[in-house]
Every structure is written in C-alpha cells, then in structure tokens.
Design a protein. Sequence first.
Length: 661
Amino acid sequence: MNAIHPIYRPDIDGLRAVAVMSVLIFHAFPSVLPGGFVGVDVFFIISGFLITGILLNEFDNKTFSFREFYARRIKRLYPALLLMLTACLIYGYFVLLPGEFAQLAKHTTASSLFINNYTLYSEVGYFDNAAETKPLLHLWSLGIEEQFYLVWPFALFIVFRLKLPLSRLIGGATLISFALNIYYSYKKPTYCFFMPYTRFWELLLGASLAYAQRYHYAIIQQKFNKVADLSRFLSVDRLQNVMGLMGITLILLSCVLLNKTDRFPGFWGLLPTTGSLLIILAGRQSWLNSTILSSPIAVGIGLISYPLYLWHWPLLTFPRLIDGKISVTFTLFLLATSFALAYLTYKLPEKSIRHRPRFVAIPLLGAMLPLAVVGFLGKKSIVLPFVMKNPEISKIISGIDAWEYPDSGLKPLKYKEQTFRARDAGKDKILFFGDSNMEQYYPRIRKLMNEGKTSGKSVVFATYGGCPPIPNVFEKDHPKMDIFVDTVRSFAKDPSIKTVVIGAQWVGYMLSENYTHKNKDLDTPLNQNCSASSAALKDFEIMIREFIQAKKKVYIILNIPTGSTFDPKDMVNRTYSGHWTLKNITTEPCGWLETARPILKEFVKIATDTGAIVIDPVDSLCHGDNCLVLTKYGDPVYKDASHLSSKFVAEYANFVDITMQ
C-alpha cells in the first residue's frame, strides 16, 4: 500500500469503469441490474478522494489557487458537456413536441448552471413526466458534485489559513450530511435523493480517505501489519486482496439487491460507498486492482467514463420519447454508439483542451452562456420546436398539457395541516373535492365566476392528484392520502359549506392493484368485485350520508372516458429524422365505456340511496358508444389520455354549471 501522491492510479480508472458500466446497464436494462444506479455513488467516492488529495497537496505546498482550481474544473467538465448539451438541444428542436422541448430547454439551462438536481426535484409531482422522458435527467449528479466543489475548497482554505483541525472539519461535515441523509430518507425520500447536503457525505468519505492516507499513512500501515500479525493466514498482501474483493462484492451486491423503490441513499448508501473505499484503500498492488481494474479494457472504459456517462442517457431517452419502447437490439446499438461518441469526445475536445493554459477556461465559460440563454427562451416558449411550423399538426399538439389549474385567482387556504385553494370570499362556499379529474373543471368554474353567474358564492378546491376521495384508501406513492381525505371530510362539515362536489377517476382506482383499502385486517387491492372495493364503496357511501345529513347539497361527478385514443400525442407520427405526419383521426367506439359502466353503476347506486346528485360527463362527451376526440373546429378535446383540455372545459363543459347554482 502506498501513501497518497498526486500520481496516476490506473486501478481508479478501472473503478470508474465499474461505476459507469453499472449505470449503463441499469439505464438500458433495469431488470438485469436493478441497483445499478449506485454507480453514481461510486463516482462520488472517487471524486472526493482524488480531488481532495490534489487540494491537500496544493495547500501543503502553498501552491493552491482558486483561479487554477476552477479553471481546471471548467477545462475538465465543459468541453464534453457543451458538446452534449448543444447536440441534445439541436436534435430536440427537430423531434420533440412543444412540452417536451420546453422541458429539455429548461433542463439545459439548469444543467449549464449545475443546478439540475434542484430543477428535477421541483418537478416531482402527479403530472411529472417519467424519468425515461428526460434526456438530461442524469445531470443531477453533476450538479451535486459541482455544488460540493463550490464550497469545499473555501472550507479547506479557511482551515489551512487559520490552522484549524482538518480532521474535525471532515469528520463533522461527514456526520452532519450523513445524519441529514438518514433523516430525509424517511421523511422526504425524493428530497434526500436530489439534495446536495444529503449527498455530500459520500464525497466527504472519499475526502476522509485522502486525508487519512496523506497524514496518517504510517498509522494505516501499522494497522495493516497488526491485523496480519494477529492472523495465521493473512499477510499484508493477502489482507489487501481480501479488502479489494470485499469492496467489489459490496458494490455488486448493491447493484443486484437494491432497486429504485428503496429509500436511497439512507443506510443503503453505505454498501457501494464502503465498497469503493475498500477498493481504493486496498491499493494498486492488490489482486483486484492490479489484475482486473488495471486491465487495458477497464482503464480504457474508465478514461472515457465521463463522456460515456454524458452521452448514453440522451441516446436512450430520445428514441423512447419518439417510439415509446425500443428493442433490445436497438438498445445495444445505442450503447455502442454511446461508446463511439464517448471515445471521440475524449480524444478530441476533452483531452486536447484539458492541458491547455488556464485562460482557455474563459471562452469555455462564455460558450455556456448562449446555451443557457437559448434554453431559457425555449423554456418560456419564445423558441418553439420545428413541428410548430406545421399549422395542421400544431393545432392538434397545442392541446398537449393544456392545463390551467391552479392560477393566480386561487389563493391558498390553510386548514389544519392541509392547504386548499379558494377564490372569492362569499358567505356560501362550494367545495370541490377530488383528484386531478376535479381540478380539470376549474377553467369552467373560473369562467362562470368571471361572468358573474355564481350568485356571489365562493369556491374551495380541496384536491390531491392521484388521491381518490374515498376514506381508508392508500397507495404507496401517496402515503398521506388518508389524512388528506379525513381533513377534507372534516372541513366539509363547516356550516359555510353549502355544496360539496366530488369527482375523481373512479374507474382507474377501482381497477387498480396499486390502491388498497385498509380496514381492520383488510389490506388488498381495489380490484373490481372484491372485498376491498366493496369496503371502499361502503366507506364512500358513509361519507356521502354524513354530508347529506349535515344539510349539504352533494354532487358526484363520474368519470370522463380515458385512453390513448384521446391523447393528442397519439394523433401524430414522428420519426428519428424529424419528419412529422398527422394520423387519420376518427371517432371510434370507445372500449372504455364497456369496462367503466359496471363500476360507475355502483356510484350511481350510492347517489340514489343517499340523495346525492349524479353528473355524468359521458352524456356530453359521447354519443352512443362514440366519444369526442376533436371539437367541430378540429381542436383536441383532451390534454392527455385522461384529462380534458382546459380550453375545451372552459367552452364546452357546461355539465358542471349546475354545481354553481
């Protein structure tokens, strides 16, 4: 084992190869390596170890310069990043829909500023697009790493200038960050995943090893010798071999045993990070490091790991956006293309610029500015994608994601621990209670209020996307929905509430295997005609009777038809080359009706038995078994497969007008 010096270690490049390959396999074939995302955590350890080692060497030799440090970071990161971001933005301009392009543009700006982790976290919610549709999703990790290096050199500078104990800085910061990680892994798992202060402990573990090897190398060597002396079987060399094998085992176990549903990093983050530390600590002479990780293939992949990480995810994501799913053969082709682009990026801009003088960082930094500006203009829809130049197609796709809830007219209304949204302050209130299917009707309610057709009433929207307004119903991604429903149930009893309007995507919930009912020993999915759905319907009926007995007028809005037929995205064809065509859009019999009728019949029965009033959107949206896809003017009726367009709602959803009388 050797003390740390600013010298090249090929085995660490080999460890980079392990990290990047685990991420690639996870992104391409998640079922094969469900925990492959831990490769990012391996990268954090490596980065913290190497860069802290360089910083400590410079501080000791009094050669540290902030300008030199950040110039090196810019020269290291910007060439490949600029190339990849530019390519994604140009290609996205020709092949993406407006909403997709706006999101890509927003992530381009955020990535150019290294804050994409914050942007991605801000998007988390019911209407958030799937990870597979975000070409720059992977740059969250780059944001965390650079946020660390915005503060770490300054912290070290203060410690060395004031001659403070370095061990206390590293140890204290590591413990604080790890404690925050544990706390938020249970409190806010997604927040924990994306935030820098819940991730810094991983980089700091690498920094701790750099510190220990630099200043306490003799003690570490002594400990190695002591363990070897106490063992009849282990020499120092064998001990290092065991450490390396234990390290790679921990990383591989993480890749195989973990999955994206685990609270990560949390305590689970100790598996890949400890494994990485063991491999680095084992040293260049251990069998794993010298034979496997230092092999030409491993080192070669490690050298291109940064551009490979940058290129692979957009190459996988754009085809998924265009085609939905891609074949195994095509996925392998895309991975091969990633390697080719990574090699070219490493050989040309990255390697040639890395060793240029410091001033090269200035034009690189300047080149990122117009990219950030273009991204901002795209986010604001000032720059629109190429497809919007086609008037026929643009008319259809303008309905995509047309959503106007909430707006500035709705003000927050606090009740207990929940925040509702209210408009006007009339004595008599109308409560709209439900999920996003209730929120979709707000543009019509707003229009009626603007036109003075509500007799001075005020409205309150108590909604929660993905939450059925049914007591005792749960879903793992919405852990507090029962509290929300109970709170609204209590709020509805307020004497100022004269009318309660309840709406949701009832059919989707009652057929779901993800939603369960918990009542005593009952904990089963809400599949139709089973004990769970019967219990849920009974609890819903009890709640409606409570409202009726409290002298409330109660309306139950049934489902709108749902399905891919209604989605404007499915009304156009696009190719990888950016060629767009409009599908032959016809009104066809809606198969959803056959499935929905038996379920909706149960809600109609509850309304009849309790005295509630039923509003059935199908009466307005369908004629017989044929349901509206486009208006008579050729505008899309829906914004997606399961929600009406705000424009259509405002103009045509007059079936909700009765609730405002």
